[in-house]
Design a protein around this ligand. Structure first.
Ligand code: ADP
Length: 631
């Protein structure tokens, strides 16, 4: 089959051109040809991309030397065959040197076909080579770009660890430009503590061609810091085109630091969890335990297991507060948390084999949600309240015991005070009778004894009265109502008027508030305090009552100019029957302040004294602004 061929013929003789075409046809081509004989036409026809150019050497206005030059100028590689009459040997060689593919004499046109064939074959080879070169160049460029733009540093090492090449990206890791690294020994940059390790790795690598090793160690950055690098080394020493150990370096300093921080954080959390007295248990949505801290293990007698929730009540000895019904698995706070429910303070009894070892545990649970808001697990916090429950129970028992003994005591005191009255009255009456009838009739001693008996009987009567007065504070307490403090004082003063007159005393008071309380007890409170102020005074008594509001309470004060009280007695004087003086000096039973204390406390207040011996006393007591009756 004929081979199509675009032919450009540079020839001034049309007949010669025909002959050449004929010769080509004979050689098996199917020429599509154009004949030109001027430079201008020739240049234009070059645009048609001829497969071959046949050129006469000399034309009237043009020649093959220039034609070749035009071709080269355009960078075109078209086989250029000189078809000429006689041509000198030198000229032929010169033209070949300038790029002509061949030359054929016009009288030997039978050679033209094979010459063109050869030229085309050579051109094909040239094209192939060029293409291969271009491909090679492109692939080299691609690999260079890959290496130079890779975030990893790429380093080639000679067998003795000298750096023969370092990619520009190495500068990002170690701060040195490639020129500073080339020729240096790798170990100049390795951390002293890592040298032995890295050396072993490289030795291993050198042992087996083609092998790969990985290592992580520290290398010096130009700025003086140490960077953690991850190295992958490949032994390509035996590869003729490489002949090096190829090292891939990656800076993992930040990753290592983040990892370290994460580890520290995790450790910290772990420590906190383990040191907590609350039990913490976390399970994922497949009921796999993720956290089961030490406190939880202590409470439940064991830690995490593979078991699923239906087995938990039996495995961990979980019961309802009745201590007999196993805790229903689907109501366990952890199971509910995994279902997405929050629970608070569910009471669970962990029943051990010994009843005394059983624990009461309050458990609160919450679901754990992932980034998308879906429940990914649950967490429970367990609080062992066994000791608290026991303490509560003991306290309640003691309070009950105390209340009972208090009631008994009160009963006893009341009965005593009440029942004593009758025999007392009898003793008193008969002693008085004795005094009336027999005073002066017996001897002096008998008179003295009768006097003692009368005094004793009076005194006992006073004591029993005082005791009864104290007891009725609780047994006959009246309801609270608004009480005008000034009116209470007025009442008290009326009762005390004889004493006031006798002593020439002056009792004053500031404007006083109205409070809520038991009117009879308020009256008694003021009477006792003002009475004491008048009584325990060796000169002319001056008593002043005031009240001041501080926050939610009134602070009342009863100030006198009396004998004062030594600091060590400030507490004692408020106790029943406690007195600091002989009856002959200051009369009394020692019950007055005990009554005051009881009254104030029943009204929700406190009472105390501020005093110095010889400098008067101020009794202070508080009452709530909004009084509430205390039982
Ligand atoms: P009584 O007045 O019957 O002795 P109280 O309980 O009222 O009993 O007082 C107890 C003691 O406190 C008194 O005996 C007295 O020593 C002391 N006391 C009470 N009020 C005053 C006061 N205003 N000044 C000095 N001492 C006082």
């Amino acid at each position: 089959m004929a081979v199509p061929l675009r032919v450009l013929i540079l020839e001034d003789e049309p007949a010669d051109a025909e002959l050449a075409v004929h010769a080509l046809r004979k050689a098996g081509f199917e020429p599509d040809w154009t004949r030109v004989d001027t430079e201008e036409d020739y240049v234009r026809c070059l645009e048609l991309s001829p497969n071959v150019i046949l050129a006469d050497h000399r034309l009237p206005q043009f020649d093959s030397v220039r034609a070749l030059a035009r071709l080269r100028e355009r960078g075109l590689d078209v086989p250029f065959v000189i078809v000429s009459g006689a041509i000198g040997q030198d000229l032929a060689v010169g033209l070949m040197e300038q790029g002509a593919a061949d030359f054929v004499l016009k009288d030997r046109l039978a050679r033209l076909g094979p010459a063109v064939l050869r030229a085309l074959e050579r051109k094909r080879l040239r094209d192939e080579n060029r293409l291969a070169e271009q491909r090679l160049l492109a692939s080299e460029r691609r690999f260079r770009a890959l290496i130079e733009h890779s975030s990893d540093g790429i380093v080639l090492l000679r067998p003795e660890a000298t750096i023969s090449y370092a990619s520009p990206s190495t500068a990002r890791i170690l701060g040195y430009v490639p020129e500073e690294l080339a020729g240096r020994n790798t170990f100049d940059f390795v951390h002293p503590q890592d040298i032995a390790y890295v050396r072993t790795q490289l030795e291993d690598l050198k042992q087996s061609p083609g092998s790969v090793v990985s290592a992580m160690f520290r290398m010096a950055h130009k700025d003086g810091s140490w960077r953690w690098v991850e190295m992958t080394g490949t032994n390509l020493l035996a590869e003729p085109d490489v002949q090096a150990i190829v090292i891939n370096l990656r800076d993992v300093t930040e990753r290592e630091r983040a990892l370290c921080e994460l580890q520290e954080q995790t450790q910290l959390l772990q420590n906190i969890l383990e040191s907590m007295s609350e039990g913490v248990i976390v399970a994922d949505r497949n009921e796999r335990f993720r956290i089961f801290n030490a406190a939880a293990q202590r409470m439940f007698g064991q830690g995490a297991t593979e078991a699923h929730s239906p087995e938990w009540p039996q495995l961990y000895h979980l019961y309802l507060p009745d201590g007999v019904t196993p805790f229903p698995a689907d109501r366990l706070p952890l199971v509910r948390a995994i279902r997405g429910e929050s629970t608070a303070e569910t009471e669970i009894l962990v029943r051990r084999s010994q009843a005394a070892d059983s624990l009461v545990i309050l458990v609160s649970g919450r679901p754990i949600r992932g980034g998308t808001g879906d429940v990914v697990g649950g967490v429970i916090v367990c609080h062992d309240v066994t000791a608290r429950r026991q303490a509560h129970k003991a306290l309640a028992e003691r309070a009950e015991e105390l209340a009972r003994s208090n009631r008994e005591l009160q009963q006893l005191a009341y009965v005593a005070a009440h029942d004593l009255q009758e025999p007392l009255r009898m003793v008193a009456s008969y002693v008085e009778l004795l005094a009336e009838r027999y005073k002066g009739r017996l001897d002096a001693k008998a008179d003295k004894y009768i006097n003692y008996a009368v005094e004793g009987a009076d005194r006992m009567k006073a004591l029993v009265d005082a005791l009864r007065g104290f007891l009725v504070l609780t047994t006959q307490a009246g309801p609270f109502e608004p009480v005008d403090a000034a009116a209470s004082i007025l009442g008290a003063l009326a009762n005390l008027h004889q004493l006031i007159e006798e002593r020439g005393a002056v009792v004053t008071h500031d404007p006083l508030p109205s409070i809520r309380g038991d009117p009879a007890q308020m009256f008694q409170l003021f009477q006792n305090l003002i009475g004491n102020a008048l009584k325990f005074c060796d000169g002319t008594p001056r008593v002043h009552v005031a009240a001041e509001r501080t926050g939610e309470e009134w602070v009342f004060s009863v100030r006198d100019n009396g004998i004062g009280i030594a600091p060590e007695y400030r507490e004692r004087i408020f106790q029943i029957f406690q007195r600091l003086h002989g009856r002959d000096k200051y009369p009394g039973t020692g019950m007055g302040l005990a009554i005051c204390k009881k009254v104030v406390e029943r009204h929700g207040g406190r009472i105390w004294v501020e005093s110095r011996p010889g400098q008067g006393s101020t009794f202070l007591f508080t009452l709530p602004v909004v009084g509430r009756q205390l039982s």
